[in-house]
Write a protein that binds this ligand. Structure first.
Ligand code: SAM
Length: 234
């Protein structure tokens, strides 16, 4: 773990003061510098992009995606490469996992990818109200015991924060191998009034080249476990 914290101290793709960028995340994604704004030409190129292959990544180029609990970071790394017009911020609180993700992002990451190393319970201080287009929850820790339910990333306190930072038509996509967490989350979002846009209890039954596999997902898919997935609108 020591090496991870040491690496994170110097990591280039790590945003150390996320609250300082609330409302201005899009200006951080620039290429070789994290402080310059996109040029007008870049903005125009992004605006005229015409990807139509993913419901989550189609209509509006340049949308801001936030992946909460990225682990070793593979999902956002692949998605950022797959959708160069979109912007991705991966969040991870664990030192070792964040260190691995940061190293990967520095070595292989594209310009549209950044990392926050912190606990997502502060997420509504990092993003301005209605700043985020899509939130991704991939294989979140299930916290099966009731006494730990508040730690689930689909607990009430998280939903309230997601509701605040997502745009009015923003979306949240969740994948898990855990049937109980899936059921709990379906109820949570339903009780909070989020329309369910899509649901599957075996997402990889069909090919989904538009959606990257996470590290956990690859392992579960190799074991033949079904992957549950749902998408909600705010
Ligand atoms: N998403 C990755 C995947 O699918 O391979 C990792 C899944 S792992 C089971 C869950 C990750 O979420 C862990 O790395 C954990 O540290 C992180 N996590 C859990 N709660 C978090 C929180 N409140 N803020 C940030 N990260 C969190």
């Amino acid at each position: 773990m020591g090496w991870a914290v040491e690496y994170l101290d110097e990591a280039e793709k790590l945003v150390r003061d996320p609250e300082a960028h609330a409302g201005q995340w899009k200006s951080l994604f620039t290429g070789d510098s994290q402080t310059d704004s996109l040029s007008t030409e870049d903005e125009q190129a992004a605006e005229t992009g015409n990807r139509t292959d993913s419901p989550l990544c189609s209509q509006v180029p340049g949308r801001l995606h936030v992946e909460v609990g990225t682990g070793k970071g593979g999902y956002s790394l692949q998605m950022a490469a797959l959708y160069p017009e979109e912007r991705f911020v991966a969040v991870e609180k664990n030192d070792s996992a964040a260190g691995i993700a940061a190293k990967k992002y520095d070595e292989e990451g594209t310009d549209n990818l950044l990392l926050i190393w912190n606990d997502a319970r502060f997420i509504d201080s990092w993003f301005a109200p209605e700043e985020v287009d899509v939130i991704h929850l991939n294989f979140s820790d299930p916290w099966p015991k009731n006494r730990n339910a508040k730690r689930r990333l689909s607990a009430d306190s998280f939903l309230r924060q997601y509701e605040k930072i997502l745009k009015p038509d923003g979306e949240l996509a969740m994948k898990t191998d855990n049937a109980r967490l899936f059921e709990y989350s379906l109820l949570q979002f339903s009780k909070a009034g989020w329309p369910l846009l899509d649901a599957s209890v075996d997402f990889r039954r069909e090919d989904h080249p538009e959606d990257a596999m996470t590290e956990y997902e690859s392992k579960f898919a190799a074991e033949g476990k079904p992957i549950y997935r749902a998408v909600w609108r705010r």
